[in-house]
Design a binder for this molecule. Structure first.
Ligand SMILES: CC(C)C[C@H](N)C(=O)N1CCC[C@H]1C(=O)O
Length: 714
């Protein structure tokens, strides 16, 4: 029996809408807040809390997203064949909430930070707990995804078809409103400092708030339970489809001899055992699923917004004058644009194209959407080329780089064997790093007597030779050799004062010593220097992604910190994050054309009882897209990031050409019409079919009433 044909239960209404819809819409908003909020900080958590490298962080991120889009099949099977949509949503939401809480707990560094140095001591514990959390989240979010929208649709009566359409628009807006708010808020929460023993990036808050939102989502959904129209499971349509396909293949194989007459379609080999209607429906579904084959490539590019593009933003400047944008907040441009572009496209662009007499069919829209996504990656490559121009010339794995800092009382002539001569004034440094293709060097200073010392440099590393007030004890200090994380600044101090010094938030520094790097955020920062009763204060304004060594002279307290000099080890990021806006605009325009159209297309081309099968198939294209990113990342990374972006863009152009050829041969169908025709061929007239349906419904209803089961819709 078709569950969407008629509804007999009159539900409470407000302004023509079932009141129960309110609970479903709020539930979706909270759930999407929870999911996207957690996702917004996930790569940074992998990269900077678990200390994974870029490739591993990106791979696990995409594996997780892929899992989230594979589990809808599981959710659809559970709902259709066992629990029904309502119970499936409740049970899987509980699993989801437990996953979010587990994830939030795994980010508390203090749990294993026994030595209280600010970093976890037992990474295995944090990794295991976070992986468990992510698996539960993937199971929950993917499992309920195909059920919630359909459950919302179930709430509407036959006369509410206009409201039903509005519901789906509001539903989509809720997805993006929830994700917009969360991607704005969670990075801010992450940027806070918190902790019991030491203050660190507040990942527990960034993951904790999404966990709370998921609990709220569940509570809101349960609160509406008295008002919902609930349908019982109707048997597992997916299982019937699989059995029918399996039989057709087996039967075809059994009759492979040329003596058997050919059949029009290979699915016709199931005619002996299966209903013609089911076979016709499977044919319609397979035709659409075949078209889906090239689609994952779109998602391969789309989902890199959260990984590669965010990492790209960490090497850019987020100073927008009136406000500062964190690298991970750039992702919010997508839902903002969705909220504006969907109405513009629907109300303006598509009608205008239609007015011009152009046939912009759904499959054409999807092809153009792919081309927009490819253009977005060309734009990302151009931005990357600009960034690369501003990046320091880091040493290759066989080279070593050295810089010299002089805190001796006079200018020094520094000779580095065999032929490097540097003139460095007091409390100054060499202009830039000197690159060596060998590691063993000898340094001579023109002091009286001459001081000579041998050093071994780190292969592939950057170091600074610190010449203190007593040059005989000159020493090497390792420098940062990549941009500091998350657009922060790495700073350190050389103590040229004659006694121990205390600097805000740092351990005490001995005379002539150099501190390790400390990361500071963008903006104005104040430091207080102290020795006994003496103190002075100095301030510096920082940009994004720079590195500095501050040289403290012996006169520091007498001139009130004025004489502190600054050596720039690495220039701040100079390419502005606004340059990422064109790539976001292009990918979002592509998304509206591809994703929104794809959803409508999947729905309109699916037979009535297999809408969920195609929805699950559609979600699977997203999963496969993420798996492709994983494979590409694992197979090997191109030496240049811009080249990788161009590779993805070219692949998508190639795929969109293949898709447009496949689309050319696709004939749009009206599934209801085909179903009616098959029924007619089977000898069932429309009136008879109607009568039969009503009789079946009434019989079914009577049975349910007898059993005392609340049957609310037919
Ligand atoms: C990535 C954005 C925050 C959300 C995106 N615009 C979107 O609505 N979706 C991306 C995959 C499908 C859809 C969703 O259901 O989340």
């Amino acid at each position: 029996m078709d569950e969407t044909t008629k509804k007999k239960k009159k539900t409470a209404e407000c302004c023509g809408y079932p009141i129960s819809i309110f609970f479903i819409v709020v539930n979706e908003f909270c759930e999407r807040f929870s999911y996207y909020g957690m996702r917004a900080v996930l790569v940074l958590y992998f990269r900077y809390f678990l200390l994974w490298d870029d490739d591993l962080a990106t791979s696990i991120y995409h594996a997780f997203v892929a899992l989230c889009y594979l589990t809808p099949i599981l959710g659809a099977i559970i709902a259709d064949s066992w629990l029904g949509k309502f119970k499936t949503i409740i049970y899987l939401s509980i699993v989801y909430a437990i996953g979010q809480v587990t994830m939030a707990i795994s980010t508390i560094h203090d749990i294993t930070d026994a030595n209280r140095d600010g970093t976890p001591d037992n990474f295995t514990f944090h990794i295991a707990l976070s992986m468990l959390g992510l698996i539960l989240i993937a199971l929950g979010t993917g499992g309920i995804k195909p059920c919630v929208a359909a459950f919302g649709g179930d709430q509407f009566q036959e006369h509410q078809s206009r409201q039903l359409n509005t519901f789906f628009s509001v539903f989509y807006l809720c997805i993006n409103a929830g994700s917009l708010l969360s991607t704005l808020i969670t990075p801010v929460l992450r940027a806070q400092e918190c902790g019991i023993h030491t203050q660190q990036q507040c990942y527990p808050l960034a993951f904790g708030v999404p966990a709370v939102l998921m609990v709220i989502s569940l509570v809101v959904f349960i609160a509406g339970s008295g008002m919902y129209v609930k349908t019982d499971p109707e048997g597992n349509i997916m299982w019937s489809v699989c059995k029918c396909i399996g039989f057709a293949i087996k039967n075809r194989f059994r009759h492979r001899s040329s003596s058997y007459p050919k059949r029009e379609h290979w699915m016709d080999w199931a005619n002996e055992k299966y209903d013609k209607l089911l076979i016709a429906q499977i044919k319609m579904v397979l035709k659409v699923l075949f078209l889906y084959i090239p689609l994952p490539m779109f998602w391969t590019l789309f989902d890199q917004k959260g990984s590669r593009w965010t990492l790209q933003a960490t090497t850019m400047s987020g100073d927008f004058g009136a406000f500062i944008l964190q690298p991970d907040q750039m992702q919010t441009v997508n839902p903002i644009l969705i909220l504006t572009l969907v109405p513009i496209m629907d109300r303006l662009i598509f009608p205008l194209i239609q007015k011009c007499g152009l046939n912009f069919s759904p499959l054409k829209r999807m092809t153009v959407g792919m081309l927009f996504a490819a253009m977005a990656f060309v734009s990302a490559a151009l931005v990357q080329i600009e960034i690369d121009k501003t990046l320091p010339n880091f040493p290759s794995s066989s080279e070593s780089q050295l810089k010299v800092v002089n805190t001796y009382s006079t200018t020094l002539n520094v000779t580095i064997s065999p032929n490097e001569h540097l003139l460095i004034e007091s409390f100054g440094s060499s202009a830039d790093y000197v690159t060596f293709d060998h590691q063993d060097i000898t340094v001579s200073l023109n002091t009286n007597p001459v001081i000579t010392k041998a050093f071994s440099l780190i292969k592939g590393g950057r170091q600074t030779l610190i010449i203190p007030s007593d040059p005989t004890v000159m020493y090497l200090k390792e420098d940062v050799k990549s941009k500091p994380r998350e657009g922060k600044n790495a700073i350190r101090f050389v103590n040229g004062y004659t006694a121990d010094l205390n600097i805000t938030n740092l351990d005490s520094i001995e005379p002539s010593a150099t501190t390790n790097y400390t990361l500071v955020n963008q903006g104005k920062r104040d430091f207080v220097l102290r020795h006994g009763e003496q103190w002075c204060e100095f301030s510096r304004k920082f940009g994004f992604g720079a590195s500095y060594t501050f040289l403290i002279p012996s006169t520091v307290f007498s001139d009130d910190c004025e004489s502190i000099t600054e050596v720039e080890d690495m220039k701040p990021n100079s390419v502005h994050m606004a340059l990422q806006i064109p790539q976001y605009f292009l990918i979002t325009t592509g998304e509206v054309m591809f994703s929104v159209t794809g959803l409508q297309f999947s729905y309109s081309q699916a037979p009535k009882n297999m809408k969920s099968v195609l929805q699950a198939g559609w979600l699977c294209t997203n999963a496969v897209g993420n798996i492709i990113v994983l494979i590409v990342a694992e197979l090997g990374k191109l030496p240049k990031q811009w080249a990788e972006y161009l590779l993805f863009a070219s692949l998508l152009v190639a795929v969109s050409i293949i898709f447009s050829i496949m689309a050319y041969f696709y004939t749009y169908i009206d599934p209801a019409e085909i179903e009616a025709q098959v029924r007619k061929e089977q000898g069932l007239e429309p009136e008879e079919m109607e009568k039969e349906t009503i009789e079946m419904e009434e019989k079914d209803e009577d049975q349910k009433n007898e059993q005392g089961v609340k049957q609310t819709k037919i």
